[in-house]
Ligand binder design. Structure first.
Ligand code: ATP
Length: 441
């Protein structure tokens, strides 16, 4: 792990050429503007761990906003600035870089948002969460690639420790407790014993209660967005943190094994080429809440900033999951498109996946593939065709298209002629219904 002198060679070797070039551009600009510029945080940590990470965070000793503005001009991009915090984001094409002015933070009271004051690199790094995230690489020309490690972050990376920089770190910002768990489990590290003690103390002092639910939820989503969140969620259980995050949750072996089944299922679906645009964090959240009671799910839904569709999906899965799952087993014996539609229509993709976690991947894939085919079925006639019959777009129009689709799913119609005939038949039936004394169908 320990680099010999400069990290220049490692950077050049590992980075995609465009990113390497970008660091060169930053370096030249730093010279021209006569300020110290460093790449910091997760990028440096992951470079030393040989993990890909293309997220560049820069710290500027000097005027970060002026630097970001000049960089945006050089790259032909845009800059968004937050004067109050001395930070900016440079955006060009699909890429972005965060730029901060070297700063030191004060917390007016525990768990508050920080006050900021311009300062130097060491102090900027000291306000960070863990030693492994407080490493920097100098980008100025003569020192390009030099690793700056004030707090023995490199040693902790080698030994696999998550360590805070000062005792009150978790009290000042309790989100760091969740971040510590996330990094610990991601890299197979350990929260260093004294740091763990500080975390336990902050938990016992109920510091997590001081955080807003929006901030807590953002951290939870980050954990649920890890490649395999189950071990971190188990750690949350061990440390007694669910009582602040989701007191309704009952952690059982079943929940844990269902969570563990998600990554292989998603991977198998990917390998099978299903191309599902599923958001994994939602799948995990749905698996977590699947066995909760209605009132508990409502409580989770009101506490956190969840969209109505996700809340609804949580309720549907909890209430109907087992029944639908059983019907799907029967469906596998004798698959029929329209029955699949009646079972799964209205389910968001993530809820469908959460529903299927208990099955062998091959079965789950067969169901999802059949469901994709069902959803792709469209009637051959379209809105324009219907207009030639004098129909006007509106609810009636949509209903006819919907029914045509169902007829196709059930194999009632095969070509456009069949569909024309069916529409005309419906219209004739309707006309006779409207006529006084007409037959009612
Ligand atoms: P990831 O790989 O998850 O993106 P990251 O380290 O890049 O990890 P970010 O959340 O993007 O994580 O944060 C960037 C850097 O900002 C961190 O490396 C850390 O130095 C610092 N940081 C982020 N959150 C905190 C926090 N709550 N307290 C102190 N420092 C933080």
């Amino acid at each position: 792990l320990r680099p010999e002198g400069s990290l220049r060679a490692q950077l050049e070797e590992r980075l995609p050429p465009a990113l390497w070039q970008l660091l060169q551009d930053v370096s030249e600009l730093a010279e021209r503007m006569n300020c110290g510029v460093y790449v910091v945080g997760g990028f440096v940590r992951d470079l030393l761990l040989k993990v890909n990470n293309l997220d560049i965070d820069l710290v500027v000793e000097g005027d970060g906003i002026a630097f970001a503005t000049a960089l945006a001009v050089q790259l032909g991009g845009r800059v968004k600035t937050h004067e109050k915090f001395g930070t900016a984001v440079v955006v060009w094409g699909q890429q972005k870089i965060d730029v901060a002015t070297a700063r030191r933070e004060f917390y007016q009271y525990p768990a508050a948002l920080p006050q900021v004051e311009a300062s130097n690199l060491r102090q900027d790094l000291y306000r960070r969460d863990f030693t492994i995230n407080a490493l920097a690489i100098c980008l100025n020309q003569r020192r390009f690639g030099e690793l700056i490690d004030f707090f023995c972050g490199q040693r902790d990376l080698e030994q696999g420790f998550i360590r805070v920089l000062y005792n009150l770190s978790f009290v000042e910002d309790p989100t760091r407790i969740l971040r510590a768990i996330r990094f610990e489990q991601r890299y197979g590290f350990q929260i260093e014993p004294e740091t763990l003690l500080f975390a336990r103390e902050a938990i016992a002092r109920q510091m997590i209660k001081e955080l807003s639910y929006d901030r807590l939820f953002a951290e939870l989503v980050l954990i649920l967005s890890e490649a395999n969140p189950a071990p971190a969620l188990r750690r949350i259980t061990e440390l007694g943190i669910w009582q602040y995050l989701m007191p309704e949750l009952v952690w059982t072996e079943r929940v844990e094994s269902e969570l563990l089944a998600v990554p292989p299922l998603l991977a198998a679906m990917d390998t099978a080429g299903l191309g599902l645009p599923a958001r994994p964090w939602m799948v995990y959240l749905l698996v977590l809440t699947r066995r909760l009671r209605r009132e508990s799910i409502e409580a989770v839904g009101t506490r956190y900033p969840l969209r109505q569709r996700l809340r609804q999906a949580m309720q549907t899965l909890a209430e109907m999951g087992d029944a639908v799952d059983e019907c799907l087993s029967q469906w596998l014996e004798a698959p029929s498109p329209s029955q699949l539609e009646s079972l799964l229509s209205g389910w968001i993709l993530e809820a469908t996946i959460a529903l299927l976690v208990g099955r062998p991947p091959a079965e789950a894939i067969a169901i999802v593939r059949a469901w994709q085919q069902v959803q792709a079925v469209r009637p051959l006639l379209n809105g324009q065709d219907l207009q030639t019959l004098g129909l006007r777009p509106g609810p009636e129009f949509a209903r006819i298209l919907q029914q045509l689709r169902k007829a196709r799913l059930d194999g009632q119609v095969h070509d456009r002629d069949d569909e024309w005939a069916l529409v005309k038949q419906w219209l004739a039936e309707q006309a006779s219904k409207k006529k006084p004394g007409g037959t009612h169908v």
